[in-house]
Every structure is written in C-alpha cells, then in structure tokens.
Design a binder for this molecule. Sequence first.
Ligand code: NDP
Length: 282
Amino acid sequence: MNLIDGRAVASRLRARLKEEVKGLQAEKGITPGLGVILVGEDPASKVYVGMKEKACKEIGIRSYVYRLPQDTSEEEILRLIDYLNKNPEVNGILVQLPLPGHVSTEKVLESLSPDKDVDGFHPYNVGRLVAGNPSFIPCTPLGIIKLLDEYGIPIEGKEAVVVGRSNIVGKPISLLLLQRNATVTICHSRTRDLPAVIHRAQILVVAVGRARMVKGEWIREGAVVIDVGVNRLEDGSLCGDVDFREASKRASFITPVPGGVGPMTITMLLHNTIQAARLQMG
Ligand code: NDP
C-alpha cells in the first residue's frame, strides 16, 4: 500500500504557485487578489476562511475578507458582489457556503462574474465542465485529479466509482474522471447494494460525510482509494468515510484523513485565483 501524501504534494505545489505570483509581479506588475465573503458565525466556515486567508498570504496573493453578520440581507450581499465583480484588484471571488437560510445560494452564486468564480460554482462554469471544456474547476475535485497525476496513477480506461453526488464534490469529480476516459459509476443514498458497486472500483472516490462507512472488505484488491470525507469523532479526532486501517490492506494507493484531499482543496483555490488573474490580464 502506498500512502497518498496530500500535505507533501500541496506544499510542493504551493512553492510553485509562490514563484508564479512573484513572476506575475515582476513581469506584469500584478498581484493576484481574492475576495472572500463570509456571512454569519458558522464555526467550521470561520476556520476555513481563516485558513484561506493565511494560505493566500503565504504565497503572496492579496486577500480581501468580508465578514458579515448573520442577518445581512441578500440585497447587501449582492451589492458587495457587484462591487467586487467590478473591482480590478480582485481577480477571484469566493462566497463561503453554507449561506444563512434567508439568502438564496443560487442567486448569490449566479451573481458572480463567471471569470472571477474561482470555486467554479457559477452555472456558466458548471456548464463548461459538463461540456468537457472547463474553465474554473471546483477546488476539491481538481485537487483529487492533481493528486492522481502527481502519483502517476493512470485514469484512462479504469473502472471508477464515486460515492456521493453533491455539486461541490461528487458530480464534478465524476465529470473530471469521465473527461479523462474512466468508466464512471456514481452512487448515492438510494444506490442498491453499495458494497458490490464499490467492489468494482479500480479508482474509488468517497464523498459522503459518514465516519468509516466504507468497509475494508468492500475494496477491490489493488484499488486506488480517495477519501474526501471529514468526520469528527467523539474523542475530537478526525476520520474519513473509509475504514482506513482495513482498506489500506487491499488498496494500492490510499489517502489518509487528515492529510490527504484536504490540503489540496485550498491549494487549488490559490491555483484558480492565479488563473483568474492571468485570464483577466488577457
Ligand atoms: P453532501 O452532504 O452534499 O453529499 C453527500 C452525498 O453522499 C449525497 O450525494 C448523498 O446522497 C450521499 N450519501 C449519503 N448517505 C449515503 C449512503 N448511505 N450511501 C451512499 N451515499 C450516501 O456532502 P459533500 O459532498 O459536501 O461532502 C462530503 C464529505 O466530504 C463531507 O464529509 C465533507 O466534510 C467532506 N468534504 C471535504 C472537503 C475537503 O477539502 N477535504 C471538501 C468538501 C467536502 P443523496 O444525494 O442521495 O442524498
């Protein structure tokens, strides 16, 4: 079994991105900027936004974080997005989800300028991904593909199974695997005989959010296992959606939790923000 070390890959990629930012500054006089909108007090969201802010700083991207109260109206959020859409110092815009219940997530995401939509959630970018001609790719799925590539794991012709069909992970990673010529099966809460479907997988991606739901004996011998899930156990520690100890006896490659997919997500946000800056430069 080989461990897929997301921390190591992320730190290598971030060093490269840092050089890229330096290059942009030296050659074009441009410092990429990311606008981040956080509404309310969700503790996990606050942590994620703090991590994003820190990651930007480390590689030289300017970040503009707007922390708004829980009762901020939809109209105010839309006004702020309009301002950021027009602001040339802001190349990428990210709205931390989930938004409070009185705000329409759909409306907010659709108000983003597609060429600043570094999370890749605007329907324009979703459509381009579906059409096989992506521009901004959602960060977690993009991070997964980079991990597979960094470890030289072939995708073409492989039997891939994705468990979970969310818009942020399950659906986009399925499309990316398909684009790379895997044969893709997508599973969800109504899938029948999940163990049997999972057992077909040469590449397995699990994004459900249930601690150790996927058992070791479901894994096909030699499979590549990508565990996206992040679950907090009663003792405060984190674990994935896959029973790591048992699964690693069968897998050829496997991501740990933490330290697998997680570190790649923010790295891809940095990557997309630099891409946005380049795009806007023309
Ligand atoms: P969602 O809750 O949006 O989606 C979960 C998916 O799992 C749904 O499609 C659901 O099916 C499916 N599902 C639920 N129960 C079962 C079951 N018993 N069998 C099969 N499928 C099931 O989650 P996300 O995609 O947003 O996130 C998934 C996990 O990944 C979470 O733990 C999250 O914290 C983590 N995550 C980690 C990231 C990282 O950077 N490491 C980034 C994003 C997420 P249905 O559609 O039928 O309801």
